[in-house]
Design a protein around this ligand. Sequence first.
Ligand code: AMP
Length: 468
Amino acid sequence: MTKFSDLNLNPKVLKAIDEAGYETPTPIQAGAIPPALEGRDVLGIAQTGTGKTASFTLPMLSLLARGRARARMPRSLVLCPTRELAAQVAENFDTYSKHLKLTKALLIGGVSFGEQDKLIDKGVDVLIATPGRLLDHFERGKLLLTGVQVMVVDEADRMLDMGFIPDIERIFSLTPFTRQTFFFSATMAPEIERITNTFLQAPARVEVARQATASETIEQGVAIFKPSRRERADSEKRKLLRALIDAEGEACTNAIIFCNRKTDVDIVAKSLKKYGYDAAPIHGDLDQSQRTRTLDGFRNGELRFLVASDVAARGLDVPAVSHVFNFDVPGHPEDYVHRIGRTGRAGRDGKAITLCNPRDTKALAAVEALIQKDIPRLENPLKSDKPEDEAVQEDAPKKRRSRSRKSEDAPKAEPETEAVEATEAEEPQKPARKPRDKGGRGKDNKVVGMGDDMPSFIAKSFEERMAS
Ligand code: AMP
């Protein structure tokens, strides 16, 4: 079996890997690192969870360990589709570069970038960016891409879904022809194939098996649910979700709850909050400060329930998530595998529970066909002799009984968001479980000028750099 020490990585990078506790390279790492270190382009067909971030970060750092950055000319560039993924890649860089003297900047939308401007002005070794923000910067004349020696495109298929391919092509054309390119995608759609044929030169193609099966450590279950009346389907489904969460008891330390639609992400989060659950939404339409605050809170254990859309949660690496709830069966069966892969990570146990109403049984069959397994059916924890009206009322917090009934039983014609918002204003919020750890930073002691909304793991690296 390949060992990291066989891979010709820089000794300081090896030391950091050892300290991170990694023993052996994952298949994508064993496949991609050697050609990358030989200076070849790499086409990695792998999805998140396979260790792909380290498969490009480790050779990049080894290649960059020699040489110096020049003003406004980053030596390497990593493009990510979302801000969260960019922040996650930045975190990986910090972990593996801790014994090297390399600088990085993070250019992501939605946060002020005064300090990042200054860093880029001075010269950075690694620039991690979302495509739009990078081009903004370029157009303002703040950045030259002619010094880029290594360029990474991460999650290219997600870039395609999000309409970033023209930006990527433009960025490719702004970097030198002689650059080395690492290109990662979970799938090879024809458009992705075209881009790789155009911009990669005789790449080493490294493919790791598509993750059609979920990790063995994830216990799965599906709760089939039939609404009592069509117009009650949504509120009854939220009630079922609460009952399923309650049935897990203390075993459910935290959970990601996936919804298929952004509007449902908001509604489910509000509804859970109303019933006293510590929940917050994350999806692409929320402003960045809120997204980073929510994600940061979830990662550090202050927030128990993260209600998410697929795009927002894709690729997020939160090591200890005890449960995943699928409020809806995903429309694309592969998304089921991605979703439930947020739990049971790194050999831990995890549980994934899916709510399925009659409309979704076809989608459920598609999921079961993909994973080649029947998902065990769960007892419906709401089994009750009482009519639904009473059950809903009983379950609602007592002091807001009449209002809750009104909202939860809102007729179909009323928009869902309004129904929830109508009660939301009056609901006292559950106090946060513990105050946010700001890592000792006062308001006037900002480290990178990204405001107080920056996830602490990003700040940490800068704090270390600034201190050294
Ligand atoms: P990624 O696919 O890059 O999102 O990585 C998934 C997770 O695997 C991250 O939490 C990494 O820290 C972890 N990881 C990456 N490489 C290794 C390795 N060789 N051994 C153990 N864990 C790893």
